[in-house]
Design a protein around this ligand. Structure first.
Ligand SMILES: N[C@@H](CCC(=O)N[C@@H](CS)C(=O)NCC(=O)O)C(=O)O
Length: 227
C-alpha cells in the first residue's frame, strides 16, 4: 500500500492528491504538521530529504519526494505522461518551468498573502516576486494561445503541476482578467473527468500564521558533512 505524506493546505500536495484521484490509486494518507515541526523528524527526513510535503513511500522502504517527481513516477504508463520521448520531454520541460517560475513565485506570494506573512517580508523581495509572477502569467497567456494544454494537445501532469498555484494567482493579488487564454485553460483543466476541486485553506491549521520551524539541527548536520 502506498503511503502519501500530505498537508491539506499545500498545493504541491494537491498535485499528487489530484493525480491519485485521476488514477484511482489505493493509498493511505498521513498528514504532516509542517508548522508543528513534524517535517523535521528524522523519520520524515528519511522519506523527504528537505523535510517537505508531498512525499510517497512504499512498504518495501522506497520513498520519493518532490511533487513533480512523484507525478512523473505515478503517471508513467498512463495517458497523463506520453511514452514518446520528445512529447515526454516536453512535459518535463513544463514541470521544470513550474518549479522555477510558478511555485516559488506565485506560490510564495500566495502563501505569504493567505497566512498574513506578506507584511513581514522585505518589500523589495515582494516586488521582485510580483514582477516575476506577472512575467510568468504573460508567458502562459502567450503559450496557451497556440494549444489547449501546456505541453501539447492532451491534458498531462504538466497541466496538473501548473494548475496547482498558477490557477490561484488571484489569491496572491494577481488578477487573471488580462489573461483570457490562461483563463480558458483553467476551465479546460477543471472540466477533466476526476478533477479535484477541493482546496483546503491555511485557516484549518492554527499554526499556519507562524514561520516554518528552523532547520537548525538539519543544517548543523549538513554543515558538518560539508566539512
Ligand atoms: N519543490 C517541492 C516543494 C515542496 C514544498 O515547498 N512543500 C511545502 C508545503 S507546500 C512544505 O512542506 N514546507 C515545509 C518546509 O519547508 O519545511 C515540491 O514541489 O514538492
Amino acid at each position: 500500500m502506498l503511503t502519501f505524506y500530505d498537508y491539506l493546505p499545500s498545493q504541491n500536495a494537491w498535485k499528487v492528491r489530484l493525480l491519485l484521484q485521476h488514477l484511482g490509486v489505493p493509498h493511505r494518507a498521513v498528514q504532516v504538521g509542517i508548522f508543528a515541526g513534524e517535517g523535521r523528524s528524522p523519520a520524515f527526513l528519511a522519506v523527504s530529504p528537505a523535510g517537505k510535503v508531498p512525499a510517497i513511500a512504499f512498504d518495501d522502504g522506497r520513498a520519493l519526494a518532490e511533487s513533480n517527481a512523484i507525478l512523473s513516477f505515478l503517471a508513467d504508463g498512463t495517458a497523463y505522461l506520453p511514452a514518446e520521448p520528445f512529447a515526454r520531454a516536453k512535459v518535463h520541460q513544463w514541470l521544470c518551468f513550474e518549479q522555477e517560475h510558478v511555485e516559488p513565485v506565485i506560490g510564495s506570494l500566495r502563501y505569504w498573502t493567505l497566512t498574513g506573512k506578506l507584511a513581514r517580508r522585505d518589500p523589495a523581495l515582494v516586488g521582485d516576486k510580483r514582477a516575476a509572477a506577472l512575467r510568468t502569467l504573460a508567458l502562459l497567456e502567450r503559450e496557451l494561445a497556440t494549444r489547449d494544454f501546456i505541453a501539447g494537445d492532451a491534458y498531462t501532469i504538466a497541466d496538473m503541476a501548473l494548475f496547482a498555484y498558477a490557477s490561484r494567482a488571484e489569491e496572491a493579488g494577481l488578477p487573471l482578467a488580462p489573461y483570457p487564454n490562461f483563463h480558458d485553460w483553467i476551465a479546460r483543466v477543471q472540466a477533466q473527468p476526476g478533477f479535484l476541486a477541493t482546496v483546503h485553506p491555511y485557516a484549518i491549521d492554527p499554526l499556519a500564521g507562524d514561520e516554518l520551524p528552523p532547520r537548525t539541527s538539519v543544517l548543523a548536520e549538513e554543515a558538518a558533512l560539508a566539512g
